[in-house]
Design a protein around this ligand. Structure first.
Ligand code: COA
Length: 345
């Protein structure tokens, strides 16, 4: 049964669809750097093995940006591909949101650098920091601006150069992450397909599970902060794993409940690509079949805010998703933060 013929799917936009305005994704794009770092490359860098990384995480390789390739460069390339797919020029973009924890600089925002690179002279621009959950936060913010009739065309990007904050001497974390960018153009499309609803959540009580101590106002760069390796990310893997599964399942269920949609009606579930075991646990608890889950972390590892954005681009461009079908995005990250979004493609 197709979603639209479901008796339960009569008014899926109960919360969104304000006066007929819906943020519809009219184009997606992604970019990953050319350099591939395999598990066997990592065996030469830290005390690890392809067998350990593969069985514990599902990751086989990840992409690493060149020394002179920055988050704004990857973000701009992904954005240009999304703009081409949507048939949108830089001049038509009203707002640019870049979700990232690895901006080119503390300020100005990476979004301003992207604005210049893609020639979006009319656009307002800002960065959003919700760690790995950033792309869904960005989609929801874009949707709100469209529904409030503030903007018609919003560019949302998730982009990361995580290789710049990974401690390449820490085997607990360095095997997990990679670089890349994904982008989506959201446009006002009255009474059309689009973002049906989104859930966002956060829990600052657990901010110490995944964080980077140095570089902010609490611990600015100094000789001590550098020698103490405080400018690299830190993570409590086991605790993070547990909270990730719980929060992703809860957010996904709330999203489906709001739209009165059953998991079997969802064509493709795109979870944050952090660990294959997290993805499988979330899928199982949602009652999904393995075939519904989209997985590409074997090739890219965890690219944080770029993760579901890159996966969405691959799912769409590989023909896995057709217009009218339902996609469930579900994410989790440092903060802690989490989110889920149901999209009628
Ligand atoms: C990080 C993670 C893969 C570790 O898997 P795990 O099954 O929990 O493994 P453990 O932490 O129990 O570590 C087991 C052992 O492997 C070792 N180990 C850790 N990394 C290793 C590596 N790269 N290679 C070999 N051994 C490694 C540990 O030192 C530990 O050894 P010990 O038992 O002698 O102390 C897993 O916890 C995880 O994915 N967590 C969530 C991470 C995540 O999603 N983060 C991003 C959220 S956005």
């Amino acid at each position: 049964m197709s979603p639209s013929s479901s008796p339960k799917f009569k008014n899926p936009r109960a919360r969104h669809n304000f006066q007929g305005r819906t943020g519809s994704i009219t184009g997606v794009g992604a970019y990953v750097p050319t350099r591939v770092l395999t598990n066997s490359d990592l065996e030469k860098m830290v005390d690890t093995s392809d067998e350990w990384i593969t069985t514990r995480t599902g990751i086989k390789e990840r992409r690493i940006a060149a020394a002179d390739e920055f988050t704004s460069d990857m973000a701009s390339k992904a954005a240009q591909r999304a703009m081409k797919a949507a048939g949108v020029t830089g001049e038509q973009i009203d707002l640019i949101i870049v979700a990232t924890i690895t901006p080119d600089m503390v300020f100005p925002s990476t979004a301003c650098l992207v604005q210049q690179k893609i020639g979006a002279r009319r656009a307002a621009a800002f960065d959003l920091e919700a760690a790995c959950s950033g792309f869904i936060y960005g989609l929801e913010i874009a949707q709100q601006f469209i529904m409030s009739q503030t903007y018609d065309t919003v560019l949302v990007i998730g982009a990361e150069k995580l290789s710049s904050i990974v401690d390449w001497k820490d085997r607990n974390t360095c095997v997990l992450f990679g670089d890349g960018a994904g982008a989506a153009i959201l446009q006002n499309r009255a009474n059309s397909h689009g973002l049906l609803t989104a859930v966002m959540g956060a829990d600052g009580d657990k901010s110490d599970l995944l964080y980077m101590p140095g570089g902010g106002s609490r611990c600015p760069a100094s000789m001590e902060s550098v020698s103490g390796r405080l400018h690299f990310l830190r993570m409590e893997g086991k605790e993070t794993f547990k909270h990730a599964v719980q929060a992703m399942v809860k957010a996904a269920k709330e999203t489906l409940r709001r739209c009165e949609v059953n998991i079997s009606q969802v064509k493709c579930i795109i979870p944050h690509q952090a660990n294959r075991r997290i993805i499988d646990a979330v899928g199982e608890r949602l009652g999904a079949t393995p075939g519904q889950l989209f997985v590409n972390l074997d090739r890219y590892g965890n690219t944080s805010a770029a993760s579901v954005a890159i996966a969405l681009d691959e799912a769409v461009n590989s023909g896995r998703i057709q217009r009218g079908e339902l996609i469930l995005l579900v994410v989790f990250g440092g903060g802690l933060t989490w989110g889920a979004a149901l999209i009628e493609w």
